[in-house]
Design a protein around this ligand. Structure first.
Ligand SMILES: C[S@@+](CC[C@H](N)C(=O)[O-])C[C@H]1O[C@@H](n2cnc3c(N)ncnc32)[C@H](O)[C@@H]1O
Length: 218
């Protein structure tokens, strides 16, 4: 089986996963060879390096970053090349996390299911990245709430996703979060110049009231 076939078959299996346990097992089994192919290109999603490059245009490298759905750590590696020194990573798959750990570019790493929320305290990070994690069967629109919750007011989310994914509830979710005062869209976001997909860039807003709970309003 050549590399391209392998990726296509693995992505078909991932796309057909019917439970989070199946998805975790598929990524666990893929972890060792995941970096052999350009998976982002197959997903028609911006490259991890493009997500890192865009974040670097927005924040200082001293910013504390959470790389959500970090996989094998491609975003973390690209951020390290740009001088970022405080990057945490979380991912559903313990084996992907293990691969990411070997890069020695993350401050803290662990397995976590990020569909409903991000574990830990709120307002902890100055930036959240997510490359290829906002996708069907992976992290749905609700995950955006967790990302915003762990961002300090003024912190930014930079997520890379396929164009065709945007209409699958994410656009609506962003509209609601902006209308609710939880986030501000960052204007003039370029499309990645050298690849497919779109970047979603949001700035977390100060949420008035006791505590700062980004509640999902349906
Ligand atoms: C296409 S890969 C992208 C990995 C990495 N960000 C990159 O750019 O190479 C998608 C990642 O999302 C993770 N993922 C899927 N569902 C998740 C969930 N519910 N919570 C956390 N991570 C999840 C997978 O384990 C996988 O590592």
């Amino acid at each position: 089986m050549d590399g391209a076939t392998d990726v296509a078959e693995r992505l078909a299996l991932v796309g057909a996963a019917t439970s989070v346990d199946d998805l975790r097992a598929l990524y666990d089994a893929w972890a060792e060879t995941y970096d052999d192919a350009d998976v982002a290109a197959h997903l028609r999603s911006p490259a991890p390096a493009a997500v890192a490059a865009h974040l670097a245009t927005l924040v200082d490298p001293r910013t504390e970053v959470l790389d959500a759905a970090c996989g094998t750590g491609l975003v973390g590696a690209a951020l390290a090349e740009r001088g970022f020194r405080s990057v945490d990573g979380l991912d559903l798959s313990p084996m992907m996390v293990r691969r990411a750990r070997r890069r020695r570019v993350y401050t803290d790493l662990g397995p976590a299911d990020l569909r409903d929320d991000v574990p830990g305290a709120g307002e902890k990070f100055g930036a959240v990245t997510c490359a290829g994690g906002l996708a069907p069967g992976h992290l749905g629109p609700r995950a955006l709430v967790g990302f915003l919750r762990v961002l300090r007011p003024g912190g930014v989310l930079v997520a890379g996703m396929a164009d065709e994914t945007w209409a699958l509830g994410y656009e609506l979710a962003v509209d609601r979060l902006v209308a609710g005062g939880y986030a501000r869209p960052v204007d003039d976001v370029p499309r990645p110049s050298d690849g497919p997909g779109r970047l979603l860039v949001l700035e977390a807003r100060e949420v008035p009231g006791p505590g700062r709970s980004v509640a999902w309003r349906s």
